[in-house]
Design a protein around this ligand. Structure first.
Ligand code: SF4
Length: 187
């Protein structure tokens, strides 16, 4: 029951309602016109959960990747896995977006941008990213406190509360939950 999102709204909703893990991937994709496999999976399935239709997803990824590898290589090497994520290729499994637990336990390597920033960013990068997101300095210290105690989902929940100015008792356990509850708030 996720809301539908179209390409023309995607930058705006990324800013307002993506959790930090997905904002980071989204910004890196816009910046580098490329993401490695782990990032394509994590962001791609999230966007599917957000309600991006297959045709829009293909257009979205193609617009970025063609700037780096060319349209032809995109069609040859990357379009398949996007259709695959939507269950249109291979075993036709309808893949579901990753939970926080899965993302937190992933192991991004050099040049990877997937994973959970609360777990995988350096303290300096995390502080900078949270400030850019609009977390005020008081809340930021509470977030960092949770991170130090390895309570990454609580850190994300505090971020949600700070940005939306409300208390969020449910607690974040899925990036698409973060997204849909944020969208409800802005409606
Ligand atoms: Fe993403 Fe979950 Fe980490 Fe928040 S706690 S940044 S939603 S993986």
């Amino acid at each position: 029951e996720f809301a539908e999102v179209s390409i023309k709204d995607i930058d705006q909703v990324a800013k307002s309602s993506f959790p930090l893990c997905m904002r980071h991937l989204f910004e890196k994709l816009r910046e580098d016109h490329h993401l490695k496999h782990g990032g394509r999976m994590q962001l791609g399935l999230f966007l599917k959960g957000v309600g991006l239709k297959l045709d829009d997803a293909l257009a979205f990824w193609k617009a970025e990747f063609s700037q780096k590898v060319g349209a032809e290589r995109f069609d040859k090497e990357y379009a398949y896995s996007i259709r695959h994520n939507y269950g249109r290729e291979g075993k036709r499994t309808d893949y579901t977006p990753y939970s926080c637990q899965k993302i937190i336990s992933s192991t991004p390597g050099v040049g990877d941008h997937h994973g959970c920033p609360y777990r995988h960013f350096s303290e300096e990068n995390l502080r900078a990213a949270l400030s850019r997101m609009g977390v005020n300095s008081g809340a930021l210290e509470n977030v960092m406190d949770k991170v130090r105690n390895r309570h990454y989902q609580l850190a994300c929940t505090l971020t949600f509360e700070s940005i939306h100015g409300l208390s969020y008792d449910a607690g974040i356990n899925h990036p698409n939950q973060y997204f849909s509850d944020s969208q409800k708030f802005f409606k």
